[in-house]
Design a protein around this ligand. Structure first.
Ligand code: SAM
Length: 227
């Protein structure tokens, strides 16, 4: 392909992505996460609060990170500000396109977005990462695959990282579609989750904060687990 066609193609892609982000910022629709570098005011979750809690616990120096259920990539982009090669994976093509729009318009190279519906097979086949973010996706796994399989998926995931940051929907979030399905956690989800993370291989498990979800009045625990 001639050089000028390549330039035209790159220019048109950039313009399309830029337009997409402008429209997304203007539309009166609520997004789950803020848009990185052009924060939309109207979002379900603030995310900066969780990032402030996570940052001091991140492993120092270069490394790799997988953000599972990355959504609009807020945490993947934040991690990429460090010496980290950051990968975000999500099943939803709308989120993926938006993440790639931000990556392109902000000219960030060491970040990658993957489209994938994570299930047991995906986790078995994927490579290892130094650090994994798994925020508010586990209860989707329980809903989609059942409690036993979701826990098995966490076991496989634990074998593929040294550090995990973990948050999940909880059984005390009354009125939600997932509360009943998480009843296996009993009436003390805080202890159940900590114990579970230890069982699957993380020696040091710490609650690093509790955060509002914007969905119910119950805050979710955010954990850091290290081997
Ligand atoms: C509740 S949002 C959480 C987003 C983000 N992790 C956070 O905490 O801010 C759940 C995200 O996980 C994605 N998701 C749910 N199930 C998934 C699966 N099995 N594989 C990949 N992505 C999934 C959804 O598309 C959505 O973006």
């Amino acid at each position: 392909m001639k050089h000028y066609w390549k330039k035209l193609y790159a220019g048109l892609s950039w313009a399309f992505y830029k337009l997409l982000l402008v429209v997304l910022n203007l539309l009166p629709m609520k997004l789950y996460q803020p848009l990185y570098a052009s924060p939309k005011a109207y979002t379900t979750r603030d995310c900066h609060d969780r990032w402030t809690a996570i940052e001091p616990h991140l492993p120092q120096g270069p490394g790799s990170l997988l953000d599972i259920g990355c959504n609009l990539g807020f945490f993947t982009f934040k991690a990429s500000e460090k010496e980290i090669m950051a990968f975000g994976v999500d099943a939803d093509p709308f989120y993926l396109m938006t993440c790639n729009a931000i990556k392109t318009t902000e000219k960030i190279d060491h970040i990658f977005f993957l489209k994938g519906m994570i299930d047991k097979k995906y986790l078995e086949q994927m490579p290892s990462y130094d650090t994994v973010f798994n925020f508010s996706v586990f209860h989707h796994w329980v809903k989609a695959y059942g409690a036993e399989e979701a826990q098995e998926m966490m076991r496989i995931l634990a074998g593929k990282c040294n550090t995990i940051f973990f948050e999940t929907g909880q059984p005390d979030e009354a009125g939600t579609k997932w509360a009943e399905k998480l009843s296996f956690m009993g009436d003390d989800p805080k202890s159940w989750i900590a114990q579970f993370l230890k069982e699957i291989g993380f020696k040091n498990v710490e609650v690093i904060g509790t955060f509002s979800t914007g969905l119910t009045a119950v805050d979710r625990y955010l954990y850091c687990g290290k081997k």
